[in-house]
Design a protein around this ligand. Sequence first.
Ligand SMILES: [Zn+2]
Length: 222
Amino acid sequence: MTDESPRVTLTFDNGPDPHVTPRVLDALGERGLRATFFVVGERLAAPGARAMSERARAEGHWIGNHTWSHSRPLGLLQDDDAVRREIEQAQALIGDLAHRERWFRPMGGGGNLDERLLNAAALDTLRSGGYSVVLWNALPRDWVDPDGWVERALAQCRDGALLVLHDTSTGAMDHLERFLDRAIEIGVRFVQDIPPACVPIQRGEPVRSLDGLIAPAAGGRR
Ligand SMILES: [Zn+2]
């Protein structure tokens, strides 16, 4: 292992899934790797699901909030209360499984990093709740191409990459072990730390411009 090893952070979104999450945990555990799981509230509420996230937490993984229903990007919701519920209801259910940084990942509705991600109501909620927002910079699109994503993911394993995968039942995770082993073979060092460049809001405070991530103010409201 040299200093030139690219450091790559793994995140798994949209779970927990009763058939997939345990296999992802096995694959990570066998290789001594730790990741962050951004869970969807409704999925965490399903019978038996919480035990999977409890296992993840117990095995040293971090749990973040990926909205309650994962239905539409928050910036497209007109109803401020609905925006608040998407964030807070999920966080309440995650409860003591949450990482102390209160990681929150907005849904991109297909991975889009744009003004649909957040709006004023979302920002208010994230600020007052002291959340840290985690975006991404490597998206191999495993959900679109469940059999072909591995090559793209390997190509995206540059230093500081924060990779988004999905512990859902698309079949993509059938290839997770192959991906991990090949990445390790080519010198990738998987780390759990979230790269600061992917955290525009830390503990409720914007640490860089949110331009391009938040809907423009409507009607002079903000
Ligand atoms: Zn998602």
